[in-house]
Design a protein around this ligand. Structure first.
Ligand code: HEM
Length: 479
């Protein structure tokens, strides 16, 4: 009624096939959407079976919908299967009381003032990582993931023993795999035909239902395990202070109902790893890859650090404002390939924008990859060039987009930003990154870096040949 005759006037987009809808290629989807945007404009629509998708391709439309109408655009895409699995993931929860509580807890622990208390974790994990990268037989992806996972686990559960850290990381990885499987639109017919979820589990072919109920139990168990262990330690006075202990004690009164407390803290603590690991590790891996392709940028960064910090100490967060070139490299890595090239929100009710109908439950992507390649702001956008930020009126800071916008923006951005800066600065200070090769031994083509596509997008696994600038730098990493 509200939209009268415009009810089905979706934004323009490629013509869908009957029933199945549009075919969307599986790789470099941000580039495919970029080509579609050239043809159909900065608000385009496509459909897969009965699911609707809108892609925003300009800053203006993204600010209009993600920020100015953030109440309507703060949902997350959901599928019948992920509802059946109901995994308690913060990233995928829908707006409501519970999400507000999650975000309040995360902000209380990750805001810039409190984040300063966590610097020592980031410093230690950065050094541990840099002690491993020289001569390692692991891919950079594995090393970066271990580094980012350790930070996430220590932030959430405190300085727990190494074997517990390993165990918690395995639990969190297992959860991520399961949650991703539940959300894949093409894997489960039930995601395209939600009516199927009413089919009883014993019905022939209703394999998905059995998988869903088993998975639902398993995710519940996995999410709770670390918190149960910490509760146990709290009762014997052995627990170390952390996000988990702080909010299990609920000293700030942020969780109104006592009966929900353990469950809410369990889900919020799990989100540190679930949302902070792939993003941080993908970014760190990309830094190594891009620096290996640009030795001249490494040398220029080293010269800046040597001039400001000297050669007998490592750069620390206190030096940050005096190292503008390092800051420019950081911005340029964000711009070159955002950790999440397509942001994904969903509408919580029907809406009308620029005369087009956007239905409730529609996935609304923002193609920030494309926006960060807009030649109006970033000349020769395919070239990795930190100098573009070293001018009097620099182009917009990519971090305004790469940590998300509106009500679902990244609550970990201050902590994440510090981790990335510290790792970049200390890598440049201590190492020469000589070369990178794909796992099949092939060299990497600077113009065609292969990226994986998941919730976050990281370069495909590669090996990295790294040496220390001197033995003295290696020794500095021990302190
Ligand atoms: C360091 C690199 C990081 C990047 C580039 C990054 C980026 C993002 C992005 C793009 C989103 C989605 C925003 C949106 O939908 O508008 C997000 C959400 C989120 N991030 Fe981060 N993130 C990073 C690190 C972290 C860390 C270290 C943590 C936690 C310790 C964290 C916790 C979260 C959580 C919980 C959400 C979900 C928020 C919600 O759905 O309401 N992130 N992040």
């Amino acid at each position: 009624k509200v939209f009268g005759s415009q009810r089905k006037s979706y934004p323009p987009g490629p013509s869908p096939k009957p029933i199945v809808g549009n075919e969307v290629p599986n790789s470099e989807i941000w580039a495919v959407m970029g080509r579609w945007a050239k043809k159909y404009g900065d608000v385009l629509h496509f459909r897969i079976f009965s699911r609707h998708f809108v892609v925003l391709s300009s800053l203006e439309t993204t600010l209009d919908l993600y920020e100015k109408r953030s109440k309507t655009y703060a949902g997350r895409p959901t599928s019948a299967m992920s509802e059946l699995v109901r995994n308690g993931s913060v990233l995928f929860s829908q707006p409501g009381n519970r999400l507000e509580i999650y975000r309040r807890l995360l902000r209380a622990w990750l805001n810039p003032d409190i984040a300063k208390k966590h610097f020592h974790i980031q410093r230690e994990e950065t050094n541990n990582f840099l002690k491993r990268v020289v001569g390692s037989k692991d891919t950079m992806s594995i090393m970066a993931r271990r580094y980012a996972g350790s930070i996430a686990i220590r932030l959430a559960y405190g300085d727990i023993p190494a074997d517990k850290k390993e165990e918690f990381a395995q639990i969190a990885d297992e959860l991520l795999v399961i949650q991703n499987q539940g959300g894949q639109p093409s894997r489960w017919l039930v995601n395209s035909f939600p009516i199927l979820r009413f089919v009883p589990a014993w019905f022939p072919g209703a394999h998905f239902k059995r998988w869903a109920s088993e998975t639902h139990m398993k995710t519940n168990e996995l999410i709770k395990t670390p918190i149960q262990m910490i509760r146990q330690q709290m009762s014997t006075g052995e627990a170390v202070p952390s996000f988990a202990t702080h909010f299990l004690e609920n000293t700030e009164g942020l969780i109104p109902h006592r009966s929900d407390r353990d469950d809410i803290v369990a889900c919020a603590a799990n989100s540190f790893y679930a949302a902070g690991t792939e993003t941080t590790s993908g970014f760190v891996a990309l830094c190594f890859l891009l620096l290996s392709l640009h030795p001249e940028i490494q040398r220029k960064g080293q010269a800046e650090i040597d001039a400001v910090v000297g050669t007998e100490a490592l750069p620390s967060i206190e030096h940050r404002s005096e190292l503008p070139y390092i800051e420019s490299i950081l911005k340029e890595v964000h711009r070159f390939h955002p950790a999440a090239p397509l942001l994904f929100h969903a509408t919580t009710k029907d809406d009308n924008y620029k005369g087009y109908f956007i239905p409730k439950g529609c996935t609304v992507y923002a193609n920030i990859w494309l926006m960060l390649r807009d030649p109006a702001h970033y000349a020769e956008p395919e070239v990795f060039n930190p100098d573009r930020f070293m001018v009097e009126s620099p182009p917009p800071d990519p971090r305004k987009l790469t940590f998300g916008l509106g009500r679902r923006n990244c609550p970990g951005q201050h902590v994440g930003d510090v981790s990335l800066w510290l790792t970049l600065a200390r890598t440049i200070a201590t190492c020469n990154i000589k070369s990178c090769t794909m796992v099949d031994g092939k060299p990497i083509d600077a113009l065609h870096i292969p990226f994986m596509q998941g919730l976050a997008s990281a370069p495909e696994p590669f090996y990295c040949d790294v040496e220390y600038r001197s033995q003295a730098y290696r020794e500095m990493l021990d302190h």
